[in-house]
Design a protein. Structure first.
Length: 277
C-alpha cells in the first residue's frame, strides 16, 4: 500500500492524479487526515494503512516567511514532521521517498551539483530541508531522497501562473536574470517518483528537474512569448528578497537518467503544461 503525505499540495495533487491514471491504489493524507507534527497521529495512520511505500510530499515551502514569521513552523514541519514520518516508515518496514530541494546548496558552484556535492544551505528553508534529509538517512534503511528545483504545475501557486497573471495587468515586467537553475514540472517529478517505486533503483540521493537550465528572466520570456508584454532583466540586488537565493543551482541529473528515466527539457515540459491550462 502507498501512503502520500501533503496530498493537497502542488506535488501531492499531481502525484494523486498520476496514480489515478495508472489505476494504482493509495492512501492520500494532508494535515486534516494526518498532522505530521504529532507523532501519535502519524503512528496511528501508519498502523491503520500499513504502507509499504511512503511518498513524503508534505513540507513548509514559504521560503521568505521561513526567515521570520514562519521560522518556527518551518522547523516543526520540515524537521520534526519528517522525523515522525521517517520513524513510522522504518517501523512499518516501508520505503520512504523524501522530496528535498536545490536550496541545500549555496549556489556558488559554476558547474552542476552532483548528488554527493557538499551542502551549504544559506536560508532557513534550505537548512530545514537538509536537516530532514539527514534524519531520513540516519533513521531509514530503505529510502530515496529526491532533490528538485523551481517547481511549477497545475495545482498550486507558482512562477508560471504568477507571470501569466501579471502579464494580463502590466505592460512591462522585470525579472531577475542573475539566478540560474532548472525548472521542474510537477508531472515530470511525479512520474520519476512512480518510476523509482516501480524500478527500485539503488537507495540514496537523486536530483530530478527538467533538463536544460535558464535564468528566471529566460524562463519568464518563454512563459510569456505569446503575450503582449515586455520582459526586462534585473539583478538580484535590484529585486531584494528576505531569503537568500542561490545564484547558480543547476543540479546534475545523470544519476536519475541512469535509472532509465527519460527527462524532458524544461521547454518541452512548459509547452506540455501550458497546453492544459
Amino acid at each position: 500500500m502507498i501512503l502520500i503525505t501533503g496530498s493537497n499540495g502542488q506535488l501531492g495533487t499531481e502525484l494523486c492524479h498520476l496514480l489515478d491514471e495508472r489505476n494504482i491504489t493509495y492512501t492520500a493524507t494532508d494535515a486534516a487526515e494526518m498532522d505530521i507534527t504529532h507523532k501519535a497521529a502519524v503512528d496511528e495512520v501508519f498502523q491503520e494503512v500499513k504502507p509499504t511505500f511512503v511518498f513524503h510530499c508534505a513540507a513548509y515551502t514559504a521560503v521568505d516567511k521561513a526567515e521570520e514569521e514562519g521560522k518556527e513552523l518551518d522547523e516543526i514541519i520540515n524537521v520534526s514532521g519528517t522525523k515522525n514520518i521517517a520513524e513510522a516508515a522504518e517501523a512499518a518496514g516501508a520505503v520512504l521517498v523524501y522530496i528535498s530541494t536545490d536550496y541545500v546548496f549555496d549556489g556558488t558552484n559554476a558547474g552542476e551539483y552532483p548528488v554527493d556535492a557538499e551542502t551549504n544551505p544559506k536560508n532557513e528553508y534550505g537548512r530545514t530541508k537538509l536537516a530532514g534529509e539527514q534524519l531520513v538517512q540516519s533513521i531509514c534503511s530503505n529510502y530515496y531522497i529526491i532533490r528538485t528545483s523551481w517547481v511549477f504545475g497545475q495545482y498550486g501557486h507558482n512562477f508560471v501562473y504568477t507571470m501569466r497573471r501579471l502579464a494580463e495587468t502590466y505592460p512591462t515586467l522585470t525579472v531577475v536574470s542573475d539566478q540560474v537553475g532548472r525548472p521542474t514540472w510537477t508531472r515530470t517529478l511525479a512520474e520519476f517518483m512512480v518510476h523509482v517505486m516501480e524500478t527500485k533503483p539503488e537507495n540514496g540521493i537523486y536530483h530530478l528537474s527538467n533538463d536544460n537550465s535558464c535564468s528566471w528572466y529566460e524562463f519568464a520570456c518563454e512563459i510569456l512569448k505569446d503575450f503582449d508584454v515586455e520582459v526586462k532583466p534585473v539583478t538580484s540586488e535590484e529585486y531584494p528578497q528576505k531569503a537568500y537565493r542561490p545564484k547558480h543551482s543547476v543540479m546534475d541529473l545523470s544519476k536519475a537518467k541512469a535509472t532509465g528515466f527519460a527527462i524532458p527539457t524544461w521547454q518541452e515540459a512548459l509547452a506540455s503544461f501550458v497546453k492544459n491550462i
